[in-house]
Design a protein. Structure first.
Length: 116
């Protein structure tokens, strides 16, 4: 069995419209280039429009990876990682359609297999 350390954020904000206020927490972590990871349905429903506009208004570089699916195969995960590397991302925001939860995290160098 591999050792696992789970560290989470010190605060979570849940409120209507919170996705329009992402720039401040991203900036507070010292980040400048954001990768939003989501699924095609969120993108098609324009649920990211205000969040992306707000991040760009704060002069943050924003890339959207919208190929996520339920229980994604390794190829999808690796494609997201390659997108992050190509864009020199220093912040990842996961925006899921289930409960429209938003999660901020720093990219890591740990191989995908280590998380299985």
């Amino acid at each position: 069995m591999r050792t696992l350390a789970f560290n989470t954020t010190k605060s979570i904000l849940i409120e209507c419209g919170a996705s329009r206020r992402l720039a401040a927490p991203v900036r507070s972590m010292g980040c400048q280039s954001v990768l939003i990871v989501t699924d095609p349905g969120v993108l098609k429903a324009h649920l990211l429009d205000s969040a992306v506009a707000e991040l760009e208004r704060d002069r943050l570089q924003v890339t959207v990876f919208s190929e996520v699916q339920a229980d994604p195969p390794e190829s999808v995960i690796l494609a997201a990682v390659e997108t992050a590397k190509a864009r020199s991302v220093d912040c990842v925001i996961g925006f899921c359609s289930g409960l429209h939860r938003v999660r901020l995290c720093r990219p890591c160098q740990q191989p995908v297999d280590d998380h299985a």
